[in-house]
Design a protein around this ligand. Sequence first.
Ligand code: NAD
Length: 362
Amino acid sequence: MKICILPGDGIGPEIVAEAVRVLRVLRALQLDCELEEGLLGGCAVDATGEPYPEATQRLAQQADAVLLGAVGGPQWDSLPRAQRPERGLLGIRQQLGLFANLRPAILYPELAGASTLKPEVVAGLDMLIVRELTGDIYFGQPRGIETRVVDGRPQRFAFNTMHYSEDEIRRILRVAFAAARKRRRKLCSVDKMNVLETTQLWRDVANETAAEYPDVELSHLLVDNAAMQLVRNPSQFDVLVTGNMFGDILSDEAAMLTGSIGMLPSASLDANNKGLYEPCHGSAPDIAGRGVANPLATILSAAMMLRYTFAQEDAARRIEDAVRKVLADGYRTADIYQPGTRKVGTRAMGDAVLAALTGVKE
Ligand code: NAD
């Protein structure tokens, strides 16, 4: 199993280091994996002038899976658009054909108090958001900002294009139906079919695809209602599937339900389950270099990698159980800390997970 490791910027190197330690321990125990590190994002711009340099492209293409920290930071925000770290991220997603983004949102009972919602509202939350990642208004052409004469005077005019083909919709729907099949067999498809033709097609294709999965119950919600339902009664959801832009927004909303964005892993898959695995959060420049970032989202991303790309369900469960154990034992990084628990930094949280994995006391 070839794994390409891209620590990225900000807290990326700190949190990825802990996930790599977890993979190394599993390698010592059972896992046959080869890890190779590369540059992506701002660190790559600094070293090569490109956010997704050729050497990284080769590494990522040859690997079976990629583990990424996060990219970006204020020092690169004024660069030309093509050189921005985020371009590297879009570039790797597009080049690897990663069209399916899977984000579980699970409320660990120990962290119920860290959610901004009342504990009784978030209790039992265990959902998976499946977001289409390579289409929609984020990639649609034409796009741009140009000066046009409007009402007799020149004005700046901006435009983007939202589009989906039925094939693009069907393949993401199939990923979502298949995921629902492995869970509670409920799939909610989110669109805005009352206003947008693109999502009318989305709903039609969802209904057509449902015929292939008679054992999964399909429902539909308009995106505005879905945003409300996520804060009103989030545990009603099992799997939620939606397009790129709605998914971007709803998955961050779901992230907050769980208390900390530092707890949320993600997977982005191609048609053959090759995947890029990364935490849902960004590079957190405000806390970078201080050793306080929560590494659990990245460690849980490594677990998703073992599950989805390498079909190593046991190893994935071992990591997830170790994370549950450290939470039950009271270990907390600052973002999830509550009085009465034990505040630890990034490295000590990694140590606790390793100890739980190997059964060795620190
Ligand atoms: P962010 O997710 O980096 O940070 C938001 C808040 O959450 C900050 O207060 C941060 O300290 C906190 N936080 C995030 N991850 C944490 C962790 N593991 N442990 C503890 N606290 C954590 O979002 P932002 O501030 O909007 O963006 C910062 C930079 O990250 C920007 O340059 C942005 O472009 C980039 N970004 C990258 C990705 C990615 O690489 N996938 C995603 C989002 C944002």
